[in-house]
Design a protein around this ligand. Sequence first.
Ligand SMILES: NC(=O)c1ccc[n+]([C@@H]2O[C@H](COP(=O)([O-])OP(=O)(O)OC[C@H]3O[C@@H](n4cnc5c(N)ncnc54)[C@H](OP(=O)(O)O)[C@@H]3O)[C@@H](O)[C@H]2O)c1
Length: 342
Amino acid sequence: MRCSVIGATGYSGAELARILLGHPYVSVKSLTTRQNNPESIRNYIPAIPKSSGARLEPFNFNRVSENSDVVFLALPHTAAAKLAGKFLRKGKLVIDISADFRLKHAADYKKWYGFKHPAPRLLKGAVYGLPEVYRDKIQNAKLIANPGCYPTGCLLALKPLIAEKLIDFSNIVVDAKSGASGAGRKLSEATQFCEVDENFGAYKVNRHQHTPEMEQELRHIARSAVKITFVPHLLPVLRGILTTVYAFKKKKVSKAQIFSSFHKAYGREPFVRVLEESSFPTLRHVQGTNFCDIGVEVDSATGRVIVISAIDNLIKGASGQAVQNMNICLGFPEDAGLTICP
Ligand SMILES: NC(=O)c1ccc[n+]([C@@H]2O[C@H](COP(=O)([O-])OP(=O)(O)OC[C@H]3O[C@@H](n4cnc5c(N)ncnc54)[C@H](OP(=O)(O)O)[C@@H]3O)[C@@H](O)[C@H]2O)c1
């Protein structure tokens, strides 16, 4: 299978290119940028072998559609929505890392992202690419909406509790902390070194654009409304998201039921590791990997369930999950190219 990455100079696009260049079943064709005279790819993927012939090239729609079967869009939102339909019409499998096809209702883009969706008719057919929930649908997808990084950490932490209806759906707090690469390579004051280093704070409290995505997908798992309070924070680290979820268990639910729901949900999942009781994840254990690590605790005095998940935002939160989705869709082993992410 021949694949290309559009936006290969971005943080997630470069990670994607790096993973695909080591993938056993695909050949990488175009790695694109808007630069007319592209820089060396080594500036973006330092670990690339000397012998690799990979290079960046200016984006050219006809060239990519002629040389690729799978097109990964690693672009800012709206830019991806404008391109996806064109590649779909050429029969390509499109895997979009941006938010452009994650929400089912075009009106939510206006409300949460502040733009009128350029291709609303594609929203219905897009498959939300969280393998732990939608594996069957991903197998037959033509357009995969790769989940957001915060939603990946939150949804994997909550899925077992929501699916088995073990907690109160109206009282859930999602407290998440992300490394600065979550904001991408583009310049912004908030993610400059002097703002981030030795600093820590919340932002977009209760108004982050990933909130409707999380509620939409939790509603899908629950088959009823789920409301969350979401508070994101910016950590002075390069990569990783640690999410702590607080919820109240239903009165008759035991601690053993809570733990067993996680083992049942994830025992066979290749990329979710449920830690032993009283063990909790750290960023270091997932950085550079496609794993989501999860630790669970139940506070018997208050009935509160605490779930902590950790992912690498650029891998399970973006590029690794995109490759996992491609593997599922094309019938490759699900962990192909993802077993060792140096
Ligand atoms: N960073 C994360 O942790 C993360 C996680 C999950 C999802 N995402 C999503 O993935 C997408 C990429 O994120 P990122 O963090 O990798 O961003 P980034 O580092 O800012 O990279 C954006 C890429 O898009 C290209 N680009 C920028 N503006 C463009 C435009 N108007 N038209 C075409 N190409 C354009 C840039 O390339 P040139 O300037 O070289 O052309 C660059 O390769 C975003 O939609 C983001 O929300 C990011």
